[in-house]
Design a protein around this ligand. Structure first.
Ligand code: TXA
Ligand code: MG
Length: 338
């Protein structure tokens, strides 16, 4: 089975596949997802199999109308409701206790479910046409960089799933911010994303970034968000996160340049960097633009046969925190602090 590339006008065909219990590649504003009927345990098992994903790592459930949230969770506290009103549709996933509408396999065996209302018009169209809530992890093979184009999804999933919907390049480029509520006033960030802790603090009194976001976690540690413990987002090339100012970074690269080495640099480093390099940015040099370009840059490095990638680390505030978190995992915590 070759994976078929569907276009906007084929949404009904994609929705029919979802209703039949088949997985379909779905564009969202964050990254492409591997979509299936969240309530169909067999379809969910196909998604886990196509990704090679550990069974204890829960899937996010996507809706296209806030009213479709209530049946999935036991209760929507006022704070959750306020956050949804402010950030949905958009890149925020809110975890709450689940009802039996979400099968245990979808939730990775947990008693909670993360729900998100994506902003991408084709994701919304697919959810509406399918008529069911849609479970979708990122559309990469487990451990690989997340796909930010339909071509990346086909790279990982060709022959494993029937179809991918073409939806262009993802605007955010990093996965959604995943949060849980600690109490009626407090939000805990389990995975940083395009919705930043600073923005969440405009709605919630207390915002905590879970220590696991920046810490090294061994495979047997119990964490609030199971996805945090796996090596993730990694290209085939070795990755080192290089932390320091521009002058230190350029000096470090002078000493580490060589055959098979590539530096992933800020736009402003490119002209002075003596090592082979590419800037990770889409159209400029902000944290947002770096986020949008980051996963594609990891895939490009592999396509170019790079053996080792040195990446200039972004700051850890704003959207930079999301890129830093993915980079840390891609590097397997190999950090050069200058
Ligand atoms: O932007 C996104 O969130 C994309 C698009 C497709 O929507 N999806 C995505 O899914 O990134 P995935 O499965 O690659 O990452 C979901 C993360 C995992 O780290 C998982 O452990 C965590 O969210 N997660 C999901 N449900 C959870 C729950 N009930 N409790 C704790 N963590 C949860
Ligand atoms: Mg993922």
């Amino acid at each position: 089975m070759r994976t078929k590339l569907l276009q906007e006008q084929d949404i009904e065909e994609a929705a029919a596949l979802i209703r039949q219990g088949e997985p379909v590649g779905m564009p969202t504003e964050t990254v492409y997802g591997l979509a299936c009927d969240a309530g169909n345990a067999d379809a969910v098992r196909k998604v886990f199999a196509a990704k090679g994903r550990p069974a204890d790592n829960p899937l996010i459930v996507h809706i296209a109308d806030i009213a479709d949230w209530a049946p999935l969770v036991t209760e929507i506290p006022p704070l959750a409701h306020k956050l949804a009103e402010r950030f949905w549709p958009g890149p925020l996933t809110i975890i709450l206790p689940r009802t039996s509408r979400i099968p245990s396999v979808t939730a990775g065996g947990l008693d909670s479910v993360g729900v998100r209302f994506p902003a991408h018009p084709l994701a919304q169209a697919l959810i509406r046409a399918s008529g069911v809530p849609i479970a979708a992890p990122s559309g990469n093979r487990s451990g690989s960089p997340s796909p930010t184009t339909a071509a990346h999804m086909i790279q990982d999933m060709d022959g494993r799933i029937p179809a991918v919907i073409e939806g262009g390049s993802c605007i955010c480029g990093v996965e959604s911010t995943v949060i849980a509520l600690d109490d009626e006033r407090s939000v805990r960030v389990l995975r940083p994303g395009f919705v930043t802790p600073e923005q969440l603090a405009e709605i919630a009194e207390n915002v905590t970034v879970d220590p696991a976001v920046l810490a090294k976690i061994s495979a047997d540690t119990v964490v609030r968000s199971p996805g945090m413990k796996y090596r993730h987002y990694a290209p085939n090339a070795g990755v080192t996160l290089v932390q320091g100012g521009q002058a230190e970074f350029l000096q470090f690269m002078r000493a580490h340049t060589g055959e098979g080495v590539l530096a992933l640099v800020f736009d402003s480093d490119a002209s002075a960097c003596e090592a082979e390099n590419i800037p990770y940015r889409a159209y400029g040099d902000t944290d947002e633009q770096r986020a949008a370009a980051f996963f594609a840059a990891l895939r490009d490095a592999d396509a170019a046969g790079v053996q080792h990638l040195y990446v200039r680390a972004p700051r850890t505030d704003g959207v930079g925190l999301a890129v830093y978190n993915r980079l840390l995992r891609a590097a397997g915590y190999d950090i050069a602090a200058l």
